[in-house]
Design a protein around this ligand. Structure first.
Ligand SMILES: Nc1ncnc2c1ncn2[C@@H]1O[C@H](COP(=O)(O)OP(=O)(O)O)[C@@H](O)[C@H]1O
Ligand SMILES: [Mg+2]
Length: 187
């Protein structure tokens, strides 16, 4: 069972959104996927209720388990997710300051689980804007690699939290599948 945790010290960066989007895309490929919701706010659980997705049944084995976490690096729930994960994704905006902060989070989790593959994920990129284009240049010197596939800022990603895969337009579906392959093929 491949365990993928989404971790960040702050909220609003896309942990829950990416957890749900990954689930939608992985399900599309026919693999058994479930979500473990470690965030006491329970947003991922609420989305799952709406979409009819699977929440983890303890003891059950899935091909892929996605772990959503609270906006903190030091809460016990986050520590448990970090310890358990094979792959740790650190979502961030493409702004340089945010990327540097994300790198600090990445270094912290890498120090807690040296076996996990840790990747920074650029989320809500806007094509043609200075920040997205310049992000590449600001990425050298980071302690962990940046996932080569980013997710754009798309309204349809917000719609997917209510309507699942079918709420995504074809561009979003294509991008999300590329993103999912980039993540799941890390291992
Ligand atoms: N790629 C994206 N495109 C558009 N909106 C996004 C994207 N990623 C996240 N959002 C929005 O940003 C807000 C915060 O995302 P969320 O996943 O709840 O963050 P977190 O779980 O890290 O607190 C939500 O309103 C969500 O819909
Ligand atoms: Mg969340």
């Amino acid at each position: 069972m491949l365990k993928i945790a989404l971790i960040q010290k702050k909220g609003g960066v896309g942990k829950t959104t990416l957890t749900v989007l990954l689930r939608e895309a992985i399900q599309k490929t026919g693999q058994a996927v479930a979500i473990r919701d470690y965030d006491s706010q329970g947003s991922a659980s609420k989305v799952l209720e709406k979409l009819g997705g699977i929440k983890e049944t303890p003891g059950q084995i899935y091909s892929i388990l996605l772990i959503d976490t609270p906006p903190s690096l030091i809460l016990p729930a986050t520590a448990a997710a970090v310890k358990d994960a094979d792959i740790i994704l650190i979502p961030t905006s493409p702004s340089p300051v945010d990327i540097w902060e994300a790198d600090e989070a990445a270094r912290f989790v890498a120090s807690r689980n040296s076996k996990a593959l840790v990747r920074i994920v650029l989320n809500r990129t806007k094509s043609g804007t200075l920040l997205t284009d310049a992000a590449g240049e600001n990425l050298s010197g980071l302690s962990v690699p940046v996932l080569p596939v980013s997710l754009a800022d798309r309204q349809s990603y917000q719609h997917a939290l209510l309507g699942g895969w079918n709420a995504l337009d074809s561009k979003a579906q294509k991008e999300l599948l590329q993103f999912t392959v980039a993540v799941t093929s890390l291992r």
